[in-house]
Ligand binder design. Structure first.
Ligand SMILES: C[S@@+](CC[C@H](N)C(=O)[O-])C[C@H]1O[C@@H](n2cnc3c(N)ncnc32)[C@H](O)[C@@H]1O
Length: 231
């Protein structure tokens, strides 16, 4: 092979290698270092912006529930949710960043919360070890590149009447709008999995808060349909 051709093949190979690397490693639209998340999320929790108590009350979490806090970050929701479902409920704090998971485990230990387990997920799958009652996403789904795939992979972890909770922002409700996630898109992806909006709560001015469920068993959707038919 001539020298020029060899150089071309080498450059092409390098290009493919880099392209493949970026393609597989970047199934995320954004990701900050753990330290920054911890500072931001703990600050918002302290300031009351996360409205944690209201969120937990709306979800009616109770002792014995099995809950996954997907993209748990600094554990701002994980710790109070674990307390709400204690003593026999388990809170799975799931994230793709092991430093954040270590931070949550440490925080739980300091607060004497023993019903938290941390789970290291991958970009497109939370890798939960058991079936759950609630999959909770607060400001997470918009960061995931393959959002529909992530939901497809999450649904099988839900018990038949389990709930998927999405709190996120519509692009028009945020000045830096490129990454945010339209609720109507979430509705469409959920409907493809037979999950429908069972409850919508106006707890936040700038974020939607939707509970999705299948019309099955103890589902709110089924109870509502039966109640209407009986009237
Ligand atoms: C903006 S923070 C929100 C943290 C937490 N949910 C809260 O509201 O306090 C986003 C979190 O999602 C996590 N994350 C991003 N992509 C993820 C993925 N594909 N699977 C699981 N977690 C992810 C990040 O590591 C980060 O902890």
């Amino acid at each position: 092979m001539k020298k020029q051709a060899k150089v071309l093949v080498f450059v092409f190979g390098l290009f493919c290698l880099l392209g493949f690397g970026i393609g597989t490693a970047s199934a995320q639209l954004a990701q900050l270092p753990a330290k920054e998340y911890i500072e931001r999320m703990d600050r918002d929790a302290r300031a009351g912006d996360l409205k944690i108590d209201q969120v937990i009350a709306k979800l009616g979490l109770k002792p014995g529930d099995i809950v996954a806090d997907i993209g748990s970050g600094s554990g701002a929701f994980s710790i109070p949710m674990a307390k709400a479902i204690a003593p026999n409920g388990i809170l799975y704090a799931e994230d793709i960043d092991k430093d954040l998971l270590a931070y949550v485990a440490d925080k739980a230990q300091k607060e004497g919360v023993t019903n938290i387990r941390t789970v290291l997920g991958v970009y497109d799958d939370p890798k939960l070890p058991v079936r759950i009652d609630v999959a909770f996403f607060h400001r997470v789904l918009h960061m995931i590149e393959h959002r529909q795939l992530f939901l497809n992979n999450t649904a099988p972890y839900l018990k038949p009447d389990g709930r998927i909770v999405i709190i996120d922002k519509n692009p028009e409700d945020s000045p830096n709008s490129w990454m945010w996630l339209r609720q109507s898109d979430v509705d469409t992806w959920m409907a493809a999995l037979s999950f429908y909006p069972a409850e919508k709560y106006g707890v936040f001015d700038d974020k939607y808060f939707v509970v999705y469920q299948r019309p099955y068993g103890n589902s709110v959707l089924l109870k509502r349909r039966t109640a209407t038919a009986e009237r």
